[in-house]
Design a protein around this ligand. Structure first.
Ligand code: CS2
Length: 473
């Protein structure tokens, strides 16, 4: 049975939207409708639509048409398969009305973003989508997409370019601002997106930048839900248990968390009614999640792949890796976190381990390993910075960095892990060739890459010696 709205009445063994989909109006445009968005924000919004029908989502893919091709013939519907151990709970999500493909429907997308009915533009475009130079804390003006968009700002291709052009239209039409809501795993993601759009606008139009500064808000958020890439086995399981043929179901875990800074310039849904935590300062939660969950994930990915594991659940069942993760979290990461006294960090840690163990999640280590150059700073290096500043040991954290260097050393055409999936691929593969099998030399070469390590760590003898020692081990 195909998944379409007209088939709702005949679907079995599955929950369908408990609201009238025809009465839904769109209040959100989301850029980057990947699996994570559909497993996380779109699922929260689906709960919200029961009482507040004006917060439907129009999705947009910034590059590929694959999501649009899968979901548009299904009226934007998809099945969310929540797996815990061997049990699967399936619910059809109706919060996405349609998916636009930015490169081919740019005008339709910009017109939708400029429509006064849209109050929020949210984003999951991954770390690299921000064209942000983290080491310098500013827009990467030499990024090829930014160069193109500055030259041709009315036909943008980058996320910053699209947002700024839509805001320009709203300023001119009097439609007012929308909130820009980053949902990516970047520290202070709201501040980062605000910085890059204001800088971009400054380079274009002297009137627009101050208007954005005065009117547009960019709340920081912490997002959390493990959403592995969908497999054919997931599609087959869905078909065998429900008879639904869904071109792109989403698999996820029961756990979900969303913490948002309460700063919306054009109104917002009552997020708290569906369990979202609205706070004045997201920083403590964001540090906790990026360092504990994502830091451990990245360690498990690199060290796990090096030991021949394929999935997170396998890596966390490996005694050596599990012990490492536990010590890294407890002794090295937890002391750097600053949460309210009432918060039980030990329980948070134990729950993370259980989540990693969930046998229902076929979460590939290779998926987590990608884009290491973009992930290392907030997941491992910032924690190391805090440990160094406090004169405290960081042997387990640095071992995770060493595992990444070893992983890079075995990446490339014809190598164990294949070509590196990373925006810094060319530079890093060049380092591998220059080092010519000498791991110590490779560590020195990548350490000189300040885009990743910043001037401080690149030039720190303490950091260098610690890294070289782990590379030898
Ligand atoms: C993962 C994250 O792919 C990765 O790098 O660490 O996607 C992780 O699963 C999510 O942040 C969990 O909220």
């Amino acid at each position: 049975m195909k998944l379409t709205q007209s088939n709702f009445a005949t679907l079995k063994n599955v929950q369908t939207p408990n609201y009238d989909r025809d009465a839904i109006r769109s209040g959100i445009v989301h850029l980057g409708v990947g699996a994570f968005h559909r497993g996380h924000q779109a699922a929260f919004i689906d709960d919200i639509l029961t009482d507040e029908p004006t917060w439907g989502i129009v999705g947009a893919s910034l590059r590929s048409a694959s999501t649009a091709d899968a979901l548009n013939p299904q009226d934007g519907l998809y099945s969310l398969m929540v797996k815990e151990g061997n049990s699967t709970h399936i619910r059809v999500m109706g919060s996405l009305s349609r998916v636009l493909v930015a490169p081919v429907e740019r005008e339709a997308l910009l017109a939708t973003m400029a429509d006064p009915q849209i109050k929020i533009v949210s984003l999951t475009i991954t770390e690299k989508g921000y064209c942000y130079d983290a080491a310098q804390d500013r827009l990467n003006k030499s990024h090829p997409d930014i160069v193109k968009d500055l030259a041709n700002s009315r036909e943008p291709i980058s996320a910053p370019g699209l947002i700024v052009e839509a805001l320009r239209r709203r300023m001119e039409s009097g439609a007012g601002p929308f909130t820009v809501l980053s949902c990516d795993n970047l520290p202070s993601n709201g501040r980062v997106v605000q910085k890059i759009i204001i800088e971009f606008a400054h380079l274009l139009d002297e009137k627009l930048a101050p208007w954005i500064e005065e009117n547009v808000t960019c709340p920081t958020t912490m997002v959390d839900r493990i959403v592995p890439a969908t497999t054919d086995a997931d599609r087959a399981l869905l078909k065998s248990t429900t008879d639904i043929e869904d071109q792109w179901p989403i698999v996820t875990e029961p756990f979900r968390q969303w913490v948002i800074e309460d700063n919306f310039c054009a109104g917002r849904p009552s997020f708290e009614s569906v369990g979202v935590e609205m706070v004045a300062d997201v920083t403590p939660f964001e540090h906790m999640k990026l360092r504990m969950l994502n830091g451990s994930h990245s360690f498990l990915a690199y060290a796990g792949l090096l030991k021949g594991h394929e999935f997170v659940a396998e890596a966390i069942a490996d005694d050596e890796l599990r012990t490492h993760v536990l010590i890294m979290m407890t002794d090295e990461i937890m002391p750097t976190l600053d949460l309210p006294d009432s918060f039980d960090l030990h329980a948070y840690r134990d729950e993370l381990i259980e989540r990693f163990e969930n046998p229902g999640m076929a979460h590939k280590l290779a998926q987590i390993a990608m884009d290491g150059s973009q992930k290392l700073p907030q997941r491992l290096l910032n924690t190391i910075r805090d440990r160094m500043a406090a004169n405290q040991p960081f042997g387990h954290l640095i071992k995770a960095v060493a595992a990444w260097v070893k992983f890079v050393s075995q990446s490339g055409e014809g190598q164990t892990f294949g070509p590196l999936n990373d925006p810094m691929r060319q530079a890093l593969e060049q380092d591998v060739r220059t080092a010519n099998g000498d791991l110590q030399h490779l560590a020195e070469l990548v350490l000189a890459r300040q885009e990743i390590f910043g001037a401080d760590l690149s030039q720190s003898d303490i950091f260098r010696n610690a890294l070289l020692e782990k590379i030898k081990a």
